[in-house]
Design a protein around this ligand. Structure first.
Ligand code: SF4
Ligand code: SF4
Length: 321
């Protein structure tokens, strides 16, 4: 894989400061049952990195001390972490809303029996990636058979009450472009997804989040190998919308890696750009249990234009929606 981190500095992206912290986004490890082309964490079945129990206890301590409302779990496939169910149950008992960023197909893995029922019992919100409602596009990005398994998993979730109009069980889908383009407008695409998935499979869901691909890790490397990296970066810069700046997710979210080190967002985590100043000391969650991060400066670089381009992009989809 070609490293693109050195191509993202210097930057003309505006200086940013943190707002009030609301969400702790925790990467539970890089193991995944899939190896998607666009994966910005470079996850896959052979990765072994996994958050240990001691760090998970620290996550719970941090949630409590900062009185956070939301715990957002990512990976890899977060469900593959040995302590996943313990963490979810403990956070829910503390009154924290838990989001599971699921690739859907994990729900069908033999080793994960009862996972969907467990998530429903804890009222975990599921944010599931489905890069297209067409089989060909999903399988080209995520691997052959992924579409079929994703549809089966969505049906299973619907049968438990997920995504139904009057149900508290939220099921949101995530779209990201297959190639080096910005996502289309979120509203009309959501309407298309709802129509297609309902007509073809009777599937229902709550919202569609469109997310811009970041020029980092596997997708950045792909752009580099095709000679498209600089053009894509220029596309993001040219589409800059100042009104999206206030809503970028790093203003109210903190990202934690599998070892407990802390970053402004998941993308900075992947680029190994730690929170805070440029000193060599990487801040760890244990150092921040009692620290108020409001107004702290955010580490920006050229990839940040991916968050402000066009309709904007965050882990909750478009910013202008
Ligand atoms: S499912 Fe998600 S974490 Fe797993 S390889 Fe694909 S993009 Fe990466
Ligand atoms: S890439 Fe990260 S640090 Fe940059 S604007 Fe987006 S969320 Fe903020």
């Amino acid at each position: 894989m070609i490293d693109t981190a050195h191509l993202l500095q210097p930057t003309s992206f505006p200086a940013l400061n943190r707002g009030v912290l609301e969400t702790l986004q925790v990467n539970l490890g890089y193991r995944c049952n899939l190896s998607c082309v666009h994966c910005h964490v470079n996850a896959g079945p052979k990765r072994t990195e996994e958050m240990d129990r001691e760090t998970i206890d620290l996550v719970l301590q941090f949630l409590q001390s900062h009185q956070l409302k939301t715990l957002d779990l990512t990976g890899g496939a977060p469900e593959l972490n040995t302590n996943f169910r313990f963490l979810v149950e403990s956070a829910v008992q503390m009154g924290v809303h838990v989001i599971d960023r699921s690739n859907l197909t994990i729900l069908l893995e033999e080793s994960q029996e009862g996972l969907a029922e467990f998530l429903a019992s804890q009222q975990v919100e599921i944010v599931a990636s489905l890069p297209c409602y067409l089989e060909e596009n999903v399988d080209s990005q995520r691997g052959k058979g992924t579409y079929h398994n994703s549809i089966e998993a969505l049906k299973m979730l619907n049968s438990l009450g997920y995504g139904k109009p009057d149900s508290p069980l939220r099921l949101n889908l995530v779209y990201n472009p297959v190639g080096p383009n910005l996502p289309p407008p979120q509203g009309p695409l959501e309407a298309d997804y709802k129509k297609q998935l309902n007509e073809r499979f009777g599937i229902q869901f709550n919202q569609l989040f469109t997310i811009t691909n970041m020029p980092i890790q596997r997708f950045g490397s792909l752009l580099q190998s095709k000679g498209q990296f600089q053009d894509y970066l220029q596309l993001l810069r040219d589409a800059y919308q100042h009104e999206n700046l206030d809503g970028v997710m790093c203003r109210q979210l903190l990202s934690v890696d599998w070892q407990g080190y802390v970053y402004d967002c998941d993308f900075n985590q992947m680029l190994k750009i730690p929170l805070g100043n440029e000193s060599r000391v990487r801040p760890h969650l244990r150092d921040l249990v009692s620290v108020d991060l409001t107004d702290a400066p955010i580490r920006v670089a050229e990839h940040c234009f991916g968050c402000t381009a066009g309709q904007g992009s965050s882990c909750g989809g478009a910013l202008d929606g």
